[in-house]
Design a protein around this ligand. Structure first.
Ligand code: SF4
Length: 456
């Protein structure tokens, strides 16, 4: 793109405000990383994390206001804030970036957002702030020269989710060693943006980011990579370096069942370098549903991974999407019985047992037509940012609503108590006796967990 065109695009910004609305209780990497690029280029950067700070109008007195949209909830929360900023600072240029920006581009532009950037956004954001068209030819997935995130100016780590362990509470930091994913699961929001590709963040950058968070009090790090084992060599050398440089620091990672199988010889290394738990997206224990989602694993493989990790002393934190168009009430009971039989009740956040499949703009689920989807699909809902769907059996939708109500009411109840309620509810719906629990009831803190539930 020519310099003339760049100059005519807009005025370069002086002051840039980066905004996060919700990042699962983590200090936002998606602000800290571009902040380093922008400040390095001489911009005056303000970071606002509205999940931890009130809306202060003066923070938005900027030439460019850029919203990080890494997930569905964050995007929904950002919509009213974008409207407010448009009214408050009409002269400011408004930009949205991150995983959910591009798929929701039409809706965002209707809100008055001028620039919509994809998953690898730092250079493009710098271009926008500089009044340049984001580099032509780089496509939505350029290879970036990553920089150490700038965290000064964000709320302190102690105000974010903490790790609860049998021996107490730990302040948690958050970083990413890679972005994107090399897999193509049909329901995954990463796929429309990354298309089966991922980008590794250099080890030195990741280690420097960890160091700055350790110096700010972090004693545990969440690696937010969509799949920590996408680049196995990168992952192995990184955790070895973390253990060598930060003795006593613990961490958690997300790894898919398929990779836990394929790379099982490295699981001991995770355990021995301080991994407290591995989040793994199981989604279903029904092989037919797993095939629909193109998850790349079977129920038997999940069960084998549970056994292997238990033998190793490496806790799993499985996640699920129990309510899909292919769910049945008896299938839900089977899921609960399987979780019980595998002694995982205390390792599954109750919200996971209520989740309903989201069909977002750009989702590969939209490729499934007619009978293959087994649901009535509505047109895109601009408020909910999903394609609404109704199960072909309304009883399954009612069960989901009742399960969500049970968990919503029981915010102070233990995982075990909520699980028992869901078991009784489902058995009652099927008109069968409530199955007896196989697994015992543990002290909740016996299994390490982050005290922020997962909303996606
Ligand atoms: S492995 Fe996980 S991150 Fe990768 S495409 Fe599948 S669901 Fe998405």
């Amino acid at each position: 793109m020519s310099a003339t065109h760049a100059a005519s695009r807009s005025q370069a910004a002086q002051r840039v405000t980066l905004v996060a609305t919700y990042e699962l209780g983590r200090q936002p990497f998606g602000l800290a990383s571009p902040a380093a690029w922008l400040q390095g280029a001489g911009f005056q950067v303000t970071m606002v994390d509205l999940s931890r700070e009130p809306f202060e109008p003066e923070a938005f007195n900027a030439d460019l206001v850029a919203f990080h949209l890494p997930m569905h909830t964050a995007t929904r929360l950002a919509v009213p804030v974008i409207r407010r900023v448009r009214a408050l600072v009409p002269a400011a240029r408004v930009c949205c970036y991150g995983l959910y920006a591009l798929p929701n581009e039409r809706m965002l532009r209707d809100l008055g957002v001028e620039d919509v950037l994809g998953g690898e956004f730092e250079q493009a954001l710098l271009d926008v702030a500089s009044g340049r068209e984001p580099e032509a030819g780089s496509g939505p997935l350029p290879r970036l020269d990553f920089r150490v995130p700038l965290r000064a100016g964000l709320p302190p780590l102690a105000r974010y989710a903490t790790l609860q362990t049998p021996t107490g509470t730990r302040v948690v930091g958050y970083t990413e060693a890679s972005r994107g994913c090399k897999h193509l699961c049909r329901h995954c929001p990463i796929v429309p943006v990354y298309g089966g590709r991922f980008r590794a963040i250099p080890r030195d950058v990741v280690l420097a980011d960890i160091r700055s968070q350790v110096e700010s009090g972090a004693r545990h790090i969440t690696f937010g990579d969509p799949d920590f084992f996408n680049g196995i060599g990168h992952a192995v050398s990184l955790v070895e370096s973390v253990a060598a440089q930060f003795p006593g620091l613990t961490y958690d990672v997300t790894i898919k069942v398929e990779h836990l199988r394929e790379h099982r010889r490295h699981l001991t290394l995770l355990r021995d370098t301080g991994c407290q738990f591995v989040v793994t997206a199981v989604e279903s224990v029904d092989d037919a549903v797993l095939a629909k989602l193109a998850k790349g694993h079977t129920r038997a493989e999940f069960e084998a991974v549970v056994e292997e990790c238990r033998d190793l002393g490496l806790p799993l934190a499985p996640t699920f999407i129990p309510f899909t168009p292919w769910a049945t009430t008896s299938g839900y009971l089977e899921l609960l019985r399987t979780i019980d039989a595998l002694h995982l009740v205390e390792q599954v956040a109750p919200i996971q047992l209520t989740l309903r499949l989201l069909i977002q703009e750009g989702s590969r689920l939209l490729d499934l037509e007619g009978p293959a989807l087994n649901a009535r699909l509505g047109s895109f809902d601009e408020r909910l940012l999903v394609y609404p769907w109704a199960h072909s059996d309304p009883d399954v939708d009612r069960l989901q609503q009742e399960a969500a109500a049970v968990v919503g009411r029981g915010l102070t109840a233990s995982r075990s108590e909520l699980f028992d309620e869901l078991l009784a509810l489902t058995a009652d719906r099927l008109g069968v006796p409530t199955p007896h629990r196989i697994s015992g009831r543990l002290d909740r803190a016996a299994v390490p967990y982050l005290n922020e539930p997962w909303y996606c």
